[in-house]
Design a protein around this ligand. Structure first.
Ligand code: PEP
Ligand code: MN
Length: 338
């Protein structure tokens, strides 16, 4: 349920409403727009009387929120959220480019890639140090050593850094080295991990599960925000369908659908969704055209010898060409990068 206050409601009126709700054991979440303040309520609504609330001074109306996710809900927070990561902001007005290798392999390799992606306008360096691979015999990542290389490369080139975490232990290590953590598609409904990510204090990139509906995805975001961490960014990375020509099917319609349901920023990963470098550029452009807040793209110095996801990784030349081609799309959509 949300309480919409009258335009320019006084501070005392807002406080009187929040006090009444909190004294009855419920939580309030304030969203202060330019004219109107909205008070979101989380908890057992039977403990409060809406008949009483509606006659509080400056209360305009009470609107039920039927969706099970509340804090992630656009009704609770109509203005789009901008999530700050390092020196960058993911959200309105910007196109945030996160780029880097699927997996951190070597220190020099990562420094090379960081230099190349920075030169093309990326503001976040991505790189996996814990790799949840389909096969247990595939390269599983350098773990803490990989996180150290991420920190070093980020500092060397003025890039914020993001790494996937797969366990509480990985979160504890990640907070020491990187600026943002990523919950991968395979862990989107690992509710214990979501809660731990919520408690980490770091911004979280939440990838869509391989078979998750948009509502399930938003409920996963709710798990993180409910721990007191509002800094969640959603990442559409393709879903499982009957189609086999691409690794997954990129559900670009998720972007405008999410705009109607949530205030959280939404980015698109054209690499894991297509599985082939050939399709990364067209889908990246399409993502900008449908108003995504950013892109996550796998870039490798030598894709043919990458330890993971080489076939979908762009080499430096292809990444530079793509970022150049994105500029008119950004202008059209009123977003800037670089
Ligand atoms: C990744 O970004 O490294 C990754 C494994 O992606 P996803 O969880 O989307 O498969
Ligand atoms: Mn990958």
């Amino acid at each position: 349920m949300i309480i919409v206050m009258k335009p320019r409601a006084s501070e005392q009126s807002i406080q009187a409403v929040t006090r009444y709700i909190e004294e009855n054991g419920l939580q309030t979440h304030l969203s202060e727009g330019e004219e109107v303040t909205i008070i979101g309520i989380v908890g057992d609504k039977t403990k409060i009387s809406t008949e009483n609330l509606i006659i509080f001074k400056d209360v305009d109306r009470i609107v039920p929120v039927t969706e099970s996710y509340k804090l992630a809900n656009k009704k609770f927070h109509p203005e789009p959220t901008a999530v700050k990561v390092g020196g960058t902001s993911i959200g309105p007005g910007n196109l945030t480019i996160m780029a880097g290798p699927c997996a951190v392999e070597k220190e020099e390799q990562l420094l090379d890639i960081a230099r190349a992606v920075k030169a093309c306008g990326a503001t976040l360096l991505r790189g996996g140090a814990y790799k949840p691979r389909t096969s247990p015999y595939s390269f599983q990542g350098l773990e803490e050593e990989g996180l150290r290389y991420m920190q070093e490369a980020g500092k060397a080139f003025g890039l914020a850094t993001i790494c996937e975490v797969v366990s509480q232990e990985a979160i504890e290590a990640a907070v020491k080295y990187v600026d943002m953590i990523q919950i991968g598609a395979r862990n989107m409904q690992n509710f214990i991990l979501l809660k731990e990510a919520g408690q980490s204090g770091l911004p979280v990139l939440l990838k869509r599960g391989l078979c998750a509906t948009i509502d399930e995805w938003l409920n996963a975001a709710e798990y993180i925000i409910a721990e007191g961490n509002p800094n969640v960014v959603l990442c559409e990375r393709g879903i499982r369908t009957f189609e086999t020509a691409t690794r997954n099917t990129l559900d670009l319609s998720a972007v405008p659908v999410l705009r109607t349901k949530t205030h959280l920023p939404v980015i698109v990963d054209p690499s894991h969704s297509t599985g082939s470098y050939k399709y990364v550029a067209p889908m990246a452009k399409a993502a900008v055209a449908c108003d995504a807040d950013g892109l996550m793209i796998e870039v490798h110095n030598d894709p043919a010898h990458a330890l993971s996801d080489g076939p979908q990784s762009l080499n430096f030349e292809k990444f530079a060409a793509l970022t150049g081609e994105l500029k008119p799309f950004c202008e059209l959509m009123g977003r800037s990068f670089l």
